[in-house]
Design a protein around this ligand. Sequence first.
Ligand code: SER
Length: 867
Amino acid sequence: MTSKEIRQKFLDFFQEKGHQIVPSAPIVLQDDPTLMFSNSGMTQFKDFFLGYKEPSCLRIADTQKCLRVSGKHNDLDDVGRDTYHHTMFEMLGNWSFGDYFKQEAIAWAWELLTEVYQISKDDLYVTIFEGDASENLERDQEAYNFWKEHIDESRIINGNKKDNFWEMGETGPCGPCSEIHIDIRNAEEKAKIPGRELVNQDHPQVVEIWNLVFMEFLRKADKSLEKLPKQNVDTGMGFERLCMTLQGKTSNYDTDVFSPLIAKVEQISGEKYTAILENEKDIAIRVVVDHIRAVAFAIADGQLPSNGGAGYVIRRILRRAISYSYRFLGMKEAFLYQLIAILKDQMGSFFPEIIKQEKLVTEVIREEENAFLKTIELGLIRLDSIIKNALKHNEKKLPGEQVFELYDTYGFPADLSRIIAEEKGLSIDEAGFEEEMAKQKQRSRKSSTSKTYDWVMLQEKTETFVGYDLTEHPVKITRYRKIENKDGVFYQIALDETPFYAEGGGQVGDTGFLENATERIEILDTKKENNLNLSLIDVLPEDITARFTAKIDLSRRQDIQNNHSATHLLHEALRNVLGTHVEQKGSFVGPDYLRFDFSHFSKMTEEELTTVEQQVNDKIRKNITLHEYRSIPIQEAIDKGAMALFGEKYGDTVRMIEIESSRELCGGTHVKSTGEIGWFKIESETSAAAGIRRIEAITGTKANAYFKDLEKNYQEIAKFLKSKEILKSIQKLTEENQLLKTEIERLKAEKAKQETLKWKEEYVDKGDRKLLVKKTSMDAASIKDIIFQLKKEIPSSLTIIFSDAGNKPMISIGISDDLTHIYQAGVLIKELAKEIQGGGGGAPTFATAGGKKLDGLEQAFKKANLL
Ligand code: SER
């Protein structure tokens, strides 16, 4: 069975059991402070478990792209070293949101594995939660009883909290789970040790393939467990492991999920994959084919490699792949980007984002590879000098601090330093390295830690956003919680009906205040967390249950709206002018300016920029009324031509903003008609990353201030030039300046000619040579001209000129060709230059030297006369 068929059978099976099949959510998460990436299939459904949102169907199934490279679930260090861990993997899952529970989940899992996929029952084991006294949780007898109906009791194994109580993160939905493990060893191995004993023992051929979680608790910040409103099912089956089982392999990398990628790496590198676990080349190939998937899909979902947050995690994964292939496959040039075409063929039918974004993903990866390979080369040079220094001082170890600096500041992999040091018979001061690493971690922990307390609920009311229509509104606080971070103590509050827009879709959050007859509370910022709209304050009201009037900082909001609506107009104009390959890749909409990143592969020309600016301003001047479709079915919006963003997760109904022909799915706030924007001015167009351009622009009051400023400057210049026609005046001044320059040059040449004539008469005849030693204040170029003239005209001549032009000592020597067998200008100059603390050199017939000691000229002059 091919991997494509295996995936399809899973989805068909659950569709028949009444499940709605949904697409994978983007791999990168937004608005969730507890998680960076989808680390399991359930992440996209978190709000359904928490009761924040209602699902469109109580039964759902899908295959989800997952990444386990940060936070609670982190497999990165194992990847490549074994046969079954991955950075990105697909998780097949089925869900029940308060619908079926343990009985059906268990029965269907069994039916699918043993009847549809025809896995032998003798190869399967299941685990159930044994209970945990510290959490006051009992053994999952219910699951045991249901399993007993399908499988021999000797194959049901108790598991502890670590293995059989699944938690999404430090906080969030969780519950006891029941895992299905498979034993794929050969008969001989099986006879030696029963599979039961190898379950959960990290045996590469006795592995967990499916986890059935009975999600009924919420882990709170104070670590206590609370019952969720409903009993849910969340199952996750490792797709790559399932393929390994069904394709009769013993490594995920031997399945058709990876084999085309491996073949391509073999072809490019000329190295053969031998599937040996400890072989470094094989490890490197596994690292490469694994990591490329994670990086490619993260970029396709909108996460570019960068220096912070999720972007940094992606950059590190890519760099791990580059450093492995550099070291063990001898790949000193970019090549990973060539794997994207293979990935597209393999996965495109299920994950169309990789087809749509192929060019961008390829370009970004190639650029990142080139940049990091350069880092490696520079790192090698630095490392070389660290090694030389150690050898010079007879040290056996390289200083940990320096190796750490190389790693931390330059991104040079520490294990690469280690290997190169070993080749020279040296090692690394590991303790010193670790100490620096610990200090670094401490520093970053200090700057990023924030402690969040549990919610204090004041009233159970649905919290809604009214800020599309209202900028001032009576409100009550529904809940609050304290947070402490390096900036101090703050409180997050939610309001029953809030007019404050929460940061999202690039638009910054609203500020403003809450007030009533007795109090006024500043709203410092507003952010979204898992669909909750939370405003930040630094003092709690005296009476937290009182009614307030919430007021948005209106002029700030107007500036923000101007920038947001202008962003839509800019997006459309860019597509008109550059082509429809232009897609939004990031945006920032603040009160002072807007920033728009988009895919485009070359720098925009002046003409293109002017046309784009003009088109936007034309639409502003037309004063077009915006149409807001607050809730229309997503398909209808797409049919109307709305632009959706890759990596953005949309619900069944969406909000669409229409400005004449521009239609975008958007949750932000906008002007009522485009005239409000006033003016749109592009300030810069630069490169944001490979294949991505960035435009920064201003509108409204800021554009006004910009033009006022320009006007003021202009007036000041006009006043200075005493003319309103400043361009003409400056052109005139430049021309005059040029004429004067030419005149000076001419006069200088004239003077040099006269000097030459004069100096010609002043040579002292010394028998076999004629010597001229002179002091002057002429500049270097004039002296050079004269010397060249003299040494040509006067045979057997030695000319030495001292100059103090610009108060800097300078010596120049000229020797005629026929005298170079006696004197060498380059040698003589060194001797004389010592007196002026200078260095210099030159050819046998001409040399010049500058120095630091002006009063040394006299001594040098005396010396020269002795020649
Ligand atoms: N959430 C569980 C897991 O990731 C089952 O989907 O293992």
